[in-house]
Design a protein around this ligand. Sequence first.
Ligand code: HXC
Length: 258
Amino acid sequence: MAFVEFEAKDQIGILTINRPEALNALNDQVISQLDKVLDSIDLNTVRCVIVTGAGTKAFVAGADIAQMSGLTKKEGESFGKLGNDVFRKLETLPIPTIAAVNGFALGGGCELSMSCDIRLASETAVFGQPEVGLGITPGFGGTQRMARLVGMGKAKELIYTARNIKAPEALEIGLVQAVYPAEELMAQTEKMALRIAGNAPIAVRACKKAINDGLQVDIEKGAAIEEGLFGSCFETKDQKNAMSAFVEKRKHDPFVNC
Ligand code: HXC
């Protein structure tokens, strides 16, 4: 049974969490499959990955509560590490990722979306970190990424109150970048993914790394990270192709990723 499906088309990959009978809840099997699927993505051909949930109701309704209910302290910590390691792998995937949030994104589901570079939501999407209502903390990076994405005060408010928010509020606080009618979400997400895939892949990857790595250090070190990555784009075929086309006032050839 594939709890995580992956389909590559036109330089974009669509990764689907596929456990709709449990609203795509993340048990250890789903997380392990996600890990394997991330490892299997061909980074030479795929230029952007869309992460979504199967069915029409949920993106991911959280970590599997039934499975977590009997865990010991030690097992709880290990389960958190399992998810954290895989979500960090997703976050640091060299190519861009877009979460197409097509419904409930609660707990581990909200955390999965926050491990992607960009979040696009359907009008039916619901976000939240309900963990304190279940006697636990967020455990797949929610305390870390929520504060980085929406600011400390809003993150603390949402996490302490365990209040769910609907798509318009998620847009207002900057948790998501756009909201679409449910039936348009995938088409709009694919459109954005294709637009990203049409840009110079080495440069796009370098931008992701510069932003992600730069935000972990002070601005001086961040600028040095940018300089190194900026420099690494020169002498590539794509840089020469695009810049000579501009100078010669013509359209550049498609980018070749080298
Ligand atoms: C296990 C889940 C689940 C979950 C839903 N299901 N969410 N199973 N873990 N997180 C299952 C239900 O048990 C049910 O199974 C089926 O999916 C459909 O769900 P319903 O509750 O019947 O649907 P509905 O009434 O529409 O309510 C939707 C919902 C609700 C509001 C999203 O399912 C809900 O509150 N789910 C839990 C959300 C949550 O608290 N998530 C955070 C978990 S903690 P059956 O077999 O009865 O049909 C977390 C921690 C992360 O994520 C960090 C860990 C280290």
